[in-house]
Design a protein around this ligand. Structure first.
Ligand SMILES: [Ca+2]
Length: 414
């Protein structure tokens, strides 16, 4: 099984595909290339380590060989050459006196490094905190220590957005920088069940949305409004980028195309995957809570809005229909969208988006056809149970995390 050359402790140890050494560099993108790419269209998960409590996401700064893993309790850990460093990069947990409230769907949920992190040291986190009607959903800007690239001080963090939230569930929590340098933020509908405050379609609420802000223009406190936001000139909160989401727990941009892949966790029946091409994203309405997937809530109230009754008819115009829907009748309960593989280690996986469900133990790969539909392949598995995220490092290599704290590298197999 292991055909890789073990080179821990040298350059390749940090940059390799699995245990494989990486040498050379792609002159176009500055991304290290794998020395010995492995073919195969199947995927296996190889565990590289474990962190404390739930592991919510793995990511890296641009062109940085380290892997940063979020602990739900509020800390960020670093793997260097697949070795876990003993001290956290940042600790915002309650145990450390930090602001994060954790447990259930709460905690430190998102992390994104500024595209110019190498020079400005800025990174952004999304966490749930005390305050608000029940709590707050916070996006904060933090800065790495000037003295130690493996440490950041909690005192460096300042709130960029603080969104009042009325329940402990449906907090979204994923953040990523788009190719144009704007920061995109996914928020849940607030919680409870059945979108009780009807935030999904409410243009005065930041809940149930994809938000987009410019963290380099501080015209609105700690951020500015990108000119292309659909309500930048009025008609809704200017931070809104897309709307009609229930709980976009995990999503990502395809680094090769700029397309966005969003897994929106369903209410009682349907898990949905939405893929929207670059350049067509601003103002897209995914339909919650008019629809759950392709089920209209007005005609299926017990499944969708829990008897409260929908507020908008099924023929609400210009709703985006998901390209993949999975039924709770088939055992799907919470979709975990992942990321499209753009690494160099596994050529047969390039261009395929890998995703799964929290309660499934197999991965799915999909890619967009020219007509906008998806080619979907259910892989045989088994993959790790209770997956919380699938996300790429700086090379485009994909890592799977679980809410048991396990971290895996996804690798091609026959
Ligand atoms: Ca909430």
């Amino acid at each position: 099984m292991r055909r890789f050359v073990l080179m821990i402790g040298v350059l390749g140890g940090a940059l390799g595909c699995g245990n494989k050494a990486a040498v050379g560099e792609d002159a176009m993108q500055g991304v290290p290339m794998c020395a010995n790419p492995v073919t195969g269209g199947n995927v296996v998960a190889r565990q590289i380590g474990r962190v404390v409590g739930g592991a919510m996401l793995a990511t890296s700064p641009p062109n940085d060989p380290r892997l940063f893993v979020i602990e739900q309790r509020g800390a960020i850990r670093i793997f260097n050459a697949e070795q876990l460093l003993p001290d956290p990069f940042l600790d915002l947990s309650a145990d450390a006196g930090g602001p994060v409230i954790a447990g259930g769907e709460n905690g430190l949920l998102g992390l994104a490094f500024h595209p110019q992190y190498a020079t400005n040291g800025e990174f952004f986190v999304f966490y749930t905190a005390r305050g608000g009607p029940a709590q707050r959903d916070v996006v904060a800007r933090c800065t790495v220590s000037a003295a130690d690239p493996n440490r950041a001080d909690a005192a460096s963090c300042v709130d960029v957005l603080s969104i009042p939230d009325f329940a402990g569930n449906h907090n979204g929590g994923m953040i990523e920088f788009a190719a144009d340098g704007t920061l995109v933020i996914g928020t849940g509908d607030g919680g409870g069940g059945g979108d009780p405050q009807r935030t999904g379609q409410d243009l005065t609420s930041l809940l149930g949305k994809m938000l987009r802000i410019d963290v380099d223009a501080r015209t609105n406190g700690e951020y500015g409004i990108p000119a292309g936001n659909p309500f930048a000139a009025g008609g809704g909160r200017p931070e809104i980028f897309m709307l009609g989401l229930r709980n976009p727990w995990r999503w990502s941009f395809d680094r090769g195309t700029g397309d966005i892949w969003i897994g929106d966790v369903g209410q009682g029946q349907i898990e949905e995957l939405n893929v929207v091409r670059a350049g067509q994203q601003a103002g897209v309405n995914f339909g919650w809570s008019v629809y759950e997937g392709s089920n209209c809530c007005m005609t299926t109230p017990d499944r969708c809005t829990q008897g409260d009754g929908a507020t908008q008819a099924c023929d609400t115009p210009n709703l985006f229909a998901p390209q993949d829907e999975r039924s709770h009748d088939d055992g799907w309960i919470s979709i975990i969208a992942g990321q499209t593989y753009r690494g160099s280690c596994y050529p047969d996986l390039v261009g395929w988006h890998l995703y799964t469900d929290y309660d499934q133990q197999h991965l799915v790969k999909a890619r967009l056809r020219t007509d906008g539909s998806l080619e979907v392949v259910d892989l045989p598995g088994p993959s790790p149970h209770h997956t919380s995220s699938i996300h790429a490092d700086s090379r485009g290599e994909l890592y799977l995390t679980t809410d048991g704290g396990n971290v895996y590298h996804l690798e091609a197999a026959p």
